[in-house]
Write a protein that binds this ligand. Structure first.
Ligand SMILES: [Zn+2]
Length: 456
């Protein structure tokens, strides 16, 4: 009957999670039965602790024995402590459009279902859509998302309310540039960057030209130059579908990636979503540019876009990270599903059970994802933000629970359902599965009413 194999420090926290931790002013220490710092090797530390200062940064990580006495209060929370996950490509306010247009090909889905509804959206709709989506991510242990969307101020305000962390990359689409002049939107983006970009806080800002098929190469080049001028991340869709690849080849005689290189768009920091249809030459250009691919395996499957060659990308040295994409093509924001699906797809497609190991899969949703976004998250180390999640190990999926199998248990259980508590910048934003800040029932009621209205 003893299921206490995980419990080392004598705290058998209940399956529902822990109480709200408070900071005594000198910072505090979180102690778990186990700690997965996520520094790349998948090393699990028994009786591990994270010391957090009053500013929400980590000051030390290690076993309790190594760390010695804590400066501030000590919270013995049990379970497994690890970095929050980082969702690198999302359109989270699309919770208002969840499951819309199932079965349509990408272009029809966008033009017949998604864009008509988004065209009627208000700031307040986006606010509630983002609020609910942010709560869903946080409850699943996803502490950061990189958002490509409009309604920027409403998006920022929603995340400021929930306590999550966001890289907001305001979108640029041709439909909103009536005379094709992209300069006014670039000026707006620069202004948004100035207003909201705060590396010392929880919001940073990038620039998001929608894609090389929607915008002209010249427009993308101008937006990229705007991003580079302030050293901001450029976030773009790239080669999601075969039809889109062909469309760009037909129009320009070059691949989308080659076009990006030609207009200087690969010279700054680049995050490209999907990359399903990139060829080897494209991938080499992206590697030379130190660009990142946000791999969205669930969305790519649901929209029938294909299977990105993840194993080849990683073997070649391309930086690949994981993402949910919007919930209309997923249909949830639980990034743990991608953590499981990415290695499984790579193995199935390549007939190779050794492709993409569990440590790599988790790393693509934590440490490498933080690195791609240029923020100090995804790894528990001194100096990084204390974006920490607690996993309840007293659940069936973590039995038998040999320490050497813990990362595999985590990756292949495939769900955020075992996350009980979440801290962002040292602030506990989820306690025992519930937001400490926002009324989820209210957000659900708002999204229900607004989602129905948009669908009419
Ligand atoms: Zn997308």
């Amino acid at each position: 009957m003893a299921s206490l194999g995980w419990v080392l420090n004598g705290v058998m926290s209940s399956g529902t999670g822990v109480g709200v931790t408070t900071d005594s002013g000198d910072g505090f220490r979180l102690v778990g039965d186990y700690l997965l710092a996520g520094e790349g090797g998948g090393v699990v530390t028994p009786n591990g602790a994270v010391d957090v200062d009053a500013a929400g940064r980590i000051t030390a990580v290690g076993s309790v024995a190594e760390l010695g006495d804590a400066a501030g209060s000590v919270h013995n929370v049990g379970g497994l402590l690890m970095p929050g996950l980082v969702n690198t490509h999302a359109h989270t306010a699309m919770t208002l459009l969840r499951s819309a247009g199932d079965g349509l090909p990408l272009q029809d889905w966008l033009t017949q279902v998604v864009w008509p509804r988004e065209g009627q959206m208000t700031d307040e709709d986006a606010h509630w859509g983002m609020t609910l989506g942010s709560l869903e991510m946080l409850a699943n242990g996803v502490t950061t998302s990189c958002e490509m969307y409009f309604f920027e101020s409403a998006m920022v305000e929603a995340v400021q309310n929930t306590g999550g962390r966001m890289v907001m990359t305001p979108g640029v689409v041709s439909a909103l540039l009536p005379d094709g002049d992209v300069a006014p939107r670039i000026a707006e983006l620069a202004e948004l960057h100035q207003r909201y970009h705060d590396p010392a806080g929880r919001i940073t800002v990038g620039f998001a030209p929608h894609s090389p098929y929607d915008l002209t190469p010249d427009q993308v080049g101008q937006i990229a130059a705007g991003a580079q001028a302030v050293d901001a991340l450029m976030h773009i869709h790239l080669e999601e579908t075969e039809a889109e690849r062909q469309q760009v080849l037909d129009a320009h005689g070059k691949t989308a990636t080659q076009l990006l290189a030609d207009v200087g768009a690969l010279e700054g920091r680049v995050l490209a979503a999907h990359g399903v249809w990139l060829d080897e030459t494209d991938r080499r250009l992206l590697i030379e540019a130190d660009a990142t691919i946000a791999h969205c395996p669930m969305s790519n499957l649901k929209l029938g876009s294909g299977i990105a060659p993840l194993a080849s990308m990683l073997d070649e040295g391309l930086r690949v990270v994981l993402a949910t994409d919007g919930v209309a093509s997923n249909d949830n924001l639980d990034l743990w599903e991608e953590v499981k699906l990415a290695p499984l797809l790579a193995r199935g497609a390549g007939h190779d059970p050794g492709a993409v190991d569990a440590v790599t899969a988790l790393d693509m949703a934590t440490r490498t994802a933080g690195e791609a976004l240029g923020i100090e998250v995804g790894e528990l180390r001194a100096g990084a933000w204390a974006d920490v999640i607690r996993i309840d190990l007293d659940r069936p999926v973590f039995a038998p629970g040999r320490v050497e199998d813990l990362v595999s248990h985590l990756v292949y259980q495939g769900s955020g359902g075992n996350v009980t508590d979440v801290w962002v910048a040292g602030e506990q934003v989820i306690a025992a599965g519930k937001s400490t800040r926002v009324d989820q029932a209210e957000a659900m009621a708002e999204v229900r009413a607004r989602g129905h209205r948009l669908a009419e």
